[in-house]
Design a protein around this ligand. Structure first.
Ligand code: CU
Length: 153
């Protein structure tokens, strides 16, 4: 009987390991132009993973939203995600895979970022969002328990 239980766990443990990360952040972005302002909520994510940016142009002229790794010179040379130009009132959702670090978010319409349509998004290195049910410690505990039962049956 302990052997059958061991077999069940042999199937369950790899499943727990390959289950996708539960971390899927949702970020709200509002593009304002009276005055120019890029509002991002939250501006700090605890853990890396896939983030969905729900971008709304609340302004009176067209804007866009671009995300890139923060560069030494403050520039945005390698965008990781961006929207098309959004008309006033228009919304769009885009996704990006984020690793820990600082990101620059901005509107790329000339003059807008310097006018205030830029912000920093920080992504932390918390272990939140790694495999479910407590992650590695849980798996190790299962393996230890299973091994103990097997050898003491
Ligand atoms: Cu703009």
């Amino acid at each position: 009987m302990p052997t059958r239980r061991f077999n069940v766990l042999l199937v369950l443990v790899p499943l727990l390991i390959v289950l996708p990360s539960a971390n899927a952040a949702s970020v709200q972005v509002y593009l304002h132009d009276n005055p120019f302002h890029l509002q991002i909520t939250p501006a700090l994510l605890n853990a890396a993973g896939t983030a969905t940016f729900n971008v709304t142009n609340t302004g009176s002229v067209t804007h866009d939203f671009t995300l890139c790794r923060r560069a030494e010179d403050g520039g945005c040379a390698r965008p990781l995600a961006f929207t098309p130009l959004l008309k006033p009132g228009q919304s769009v959702a885009i996704q990006a895979d984020l690793t820990p670090g600082d990101y620059e978010v901005r509107c790329t319409v000339p003059g807008h970022a310097d006018g205030g349509m830029r912000a920093t998004l920080s992504v932390g290195a918390s272990s939140q969002g790694t495999p479910g049910l407590g992650g590695l410690p849980f798996v190790l505990a299962l393996v230890a328990l299973t091994g103990w039962r097997r050898w003491h049956a």
